[in-house]
Write a protein that binds this ligand. Structure first.
Ligand code: 4AD
Ligand code: MG
Length: 434
């Protein structure tokens, strides 16, 4: 029995008979030769079928294969410089597991398709080279985040998805029936993270979060994944350093382990290689000055829009840390800057190349009385926050944390135009299918 090989590692079988199992990606015919391309989820390899070298049945079976038919292929691996990947397989036998009927062909052909068509066929589109590469990078980024925190003594504490309150403003809440009551899909695990940080010191959560975003931008999903660390006794400076280290580590990890995927995406890796610490830092005040000089209509006190973020990051080849925004544009839980109480001790990390905010966080309000006042000012109901106030009643300490949106990071690292391709099954204002 020949060994079952993965296309990714096919080189180690050069000169040997192997079996691969996968799908027909493409087929080219040239007289007495057939050139089927097979994919198996780890890569693509070109096969060669020589009419005189196989039985007439096998030749005919390959010749009539349709795109995405599933197959088991036996053959000899051969180094071939001209082949993509450097190897090809000399097919000796082929078994068809499922033949896609020629009268009902695979809907996604090598020709160009519109985005809506591809999105409607997302369950099939995922099989493409490009989408597989994106999923590979996404996987690496998620693993890198987990390793980053695990290696630094953080304890993963899972936070709930069904919650009784809002965390990031009430306008983007998804409401769900909860027996005789209402619940909301979580916008962020932060509030629960703060409880966990008081229990374990350094914690993180990593899960799906939800925002009923009515915006149709290339940066917004209604369901996205966020990794959120929270650290007891940490200040804004500490958490800025942590965010910088995390972002740098994630980029480095993809560069070192996912070169082939980045290449498949035609990503200019020199732009990523430039992202080494230290990252530039700007206060909100300085950022507003730069924006005004660049002709933005921004006025002090307003939040940055996507265009402002792009304008700002244009000046810097590395991620940019913008800190101390006016409290009025930030969430109720932000600690005020003692040096200037109308500013919040917060930070946003803006990705270069116009990819916008990838990280948001800061130092939390640790003071009971001030937090009560902020909850009132934000017109939030008091009762559902009683447990959160307990964290300030019993041994309150300074603490800080942030959230990094995985899809924004994937979009940037892969160099994608829109976040819809960064997640296997995107959820957006006008998209809930498939
Ligand atoms: O800035 P945000 O809203 O911060 C929080 O939720 C904090 N509670 C996190 C914390 O401190 N623990 O969101 C954090 C990040 C953003 O920087 C962005 O990367 C991503 O989450 N994000 C989105 N990604 C895709 N689609 C959306 N609609 C997003 N909203 C936020
Ligand atoms: Mg934010």
């Amino acid at each position: 029995m020949p060994s079952l090989a993965n296309i990714r590692n096919i080189g180690q079988y050069a000169g040997q008979e192997v079996e691969i199992q996968g799908w027909l990606y493409n087929l080219r015919e040239s007289g007495k030769l057939l050139f089927p391309q097979f994919r198996d989820g780890t890569g693509i390899i070109q096969g060669v079928v020589v009419k005189s070298a196989v039985s007439p049945e096998v030749f005919e079976r390959v010749r009539t294969l349709t795109q995405e038919s599933s197959v088991r292929v036996a053959g000899k691996v051969r180094a071939e410089q001209r082949a993509p990947g450097g190897f090809e397989i000399e097919v000796s036998d082929l078994e068809v597991l499922h033949l896609v009927p020629p009268e009902q062909p695979y809907p996604i052909t090598p020709k160009e398709h519109g985005t809506e068509f591809l999105m409607d066929h997302r369950h099939l589109w995922l099989r493409s080279v490009r989408q597989r590469a994106i999923m590979g990078v996404r996987h690496e980024i998620i693993k890198a985040c987990r390793d980053f925190f695990d290696d630094r003594g953080f304890t993963l504490v899972d936070t709930p998805i069904l919650t009784p309150t809002s965390c990031e403003g009430t306008t983007t809440l998804f409401e769900v029936d909860y027996f005789d009551d209402k619940a909301y899909l979580t916008q962020s695990g932060q509030l629960y993270n703060e409880a966990a940080a008081m229990a374990v010191g350094k914690t993180y959560c990593f899960g799906p979060t939800f925002r009923a975003e009515k915006s149709k931008t290339r940066r917004h999903l209604t369901e996205f994944w966020m990794v959120e660390p929270e650290v007891a006794f940490a200040t804004l400076d500490d958490i800025m350093a942590l965010a910088e280290e995390l972002v740098a580590c994630v980029v480095q990890r993809v560069l070192s382990r996912r070169r082939a995927d980045l290449q498949a995406l035609q990503r200019d890796v020199s732009k990523l290689e430039a992202c080494t610490p230290p990252f530039p830092r700007l206060s909100y005040d300085e950022a507003v000055k730069i924006l005004k000089d660049k002709g933005s209509a921004i006025e002090w006190g307003a939040d940055f829009g996507g265009t402002d973020e792009t304008l700002l990051s244009e000046n810097f080849p590395k991620p940019l840390l913008v800190h101390r925004y006016p409290s009025q544009v930030k969430a109720f839980y932000m600690a005020p800057d003692p040096a200037c109480p109308e500013l919040a001790l917060c930070v946003d990390v803006l990705a270069p190349e116009g990819y916008g905010e990838i990280v948001g966080g800061g130092e939390r309000l640790a003071d009971y009385d001030l937090l009560v006042r902020r909850i009132e000012e934000a017109k939030l109901p008091r009762e559902p926050f009683e447990w959160y106030l307990d964290l300030r009643r019993y041994g309150t300490v300074p603490h800080s944390g942030f959230g990094m949106g995985i899809e924004r990071v994937v979009a940037w690292v892969c160099g994608l135009e829109h976040v819809r391709e960064t997640i296997p099954f995107p959820r957006m204002l006008y998209r809930l299918k498939p």
